[in-house]
Design a protein around this ligand. Structure first.
Ligand code: MG
Length: 292
């Protein structure tokens, strides 16, 4: 498949591709939020275990999860894809099939992108979302005394990556961005929010650093079936929402279970305690790995 054929194919998916740039008209009194995420062969997926549709789904889901974390409504995405010559045009079609199936579900327009040849598959998805002006959920709003919550269950993705079977593996291959929950949390006025991409122990430190607070976890986590405590605490790619609130929240928000897992404290910044003991972040950190 040549680049012109790929562009023709993507154009056929119903997006506004064809000009040098995509044109987007923001509405009055809204902020636009932007995020971009790599999905790299051998780092985030393997061609032997992930179908092209899985890769397309995951590439968009990662960015949509960031929009969910900000309480944003998805607007459009730009998709850049590099593939090795050995991959057939069917792979490209299935990749876009997986991506656009998810995009359609969440009302995201595929507004453009780039294609290239490279020795491995490289995907970059940039997503734009909208929020009412000044209302985006941030990591920096948590205050001592706030309760800490998560959506869904933890550890499924890491567990699935180990076992490669069952519900956990499905969760790893096809993460579900918590867009509806993110919109509901914004309306509920939660104090801080982020998505769990690198594991609770590391992501909670990031939230605490932005808010200049510490946190105490009760020790009771919503651990996914089959997953271990270690996978729930340190496993990456759950794409659940981690958030804090001054007031008590219901056990279910926008159809997703919500669990209270601890509270924000005022001790030395970004110290995490779990079941009464200090918790060291052990989660996957791409930059730490690159340095070591
Ligand atoms: Mg994120």
């Amino acid at each position: 498949m040549r680049e012109t054929e790929i562009v023709e194919y993507i154009r056929g998916l119903g997006s506004g591709i064809g000009d040098d740039c995509a044109v987007f008209q923001p509405r009055a009194r809204e902020d636009l939020v932007f995020t971009t995420d790599f999905v790299l062969e051998s780092r985030h997926f393997e061609l032997s275990t992930h179908t092209a549709a899985d890769v397309g789904h995951k590439a968009l889901a990662r960015s949509l999860s960031d929009l969910a974390a900000m309480g944003a409504e998805p607007a459009f995405c730009l998709v850049s894809l590099a593939i090795p010559p050995k991959l057939a045009s069917r792979w490209v079609k299935e990749f876009y099939g997986g991506l656009t199936a998810l995009a359609t579900r969440f009302g995201v327009t595929l507004a453009g992108g780039d294609t290239a040849r490279f020795e491995r598959v490289v995907v970059d998805v940039m997503c734009c979302g909208r929020v009412p002006r000044g209302k985006a959920l941030l990591r920096s709003g948590a205050q001592p005394g706030d309760a800490i919550y998560v959506t869904g269950e933890l550890g499924a993705s890491a567990h699935g990556l180990t076992t490669k079977r069952g519900e956990a593996w499905k969760r790893h291959l096809r993460p579900e961005p918590r867009i509806a929950a993110g919109l509901a949390l914004r309306k509920l006025g939660v104090s801080a929010c982020m998505d769990l991409s690198d594991g609770l122990s590391l992501d909670l430190v990031r939230l605490c650093k932005e808010s200049r607070v510490s946190a105490e976890l009760t020790g009771e986590l919503p651990i996914a079936r089959g997953a271990s405590l270690d996978e729930a605490l340190n496993g990456g790619e759950d794409y659940e929402l981690l958030f804090t609130s001054r007031r008590n929240l219901p056990h279910e928000i926008a159809g997703v279970t919500v669990t209270r897992i601890g509270r924000i404290t005022s001790q030395r910044p970004a110290r995490i305690r779990f079941a009464g003991r200090p918790l060291k972040p052990k989660a996957f950190d791409h930059f730490a790995e690159a340095k070591s």
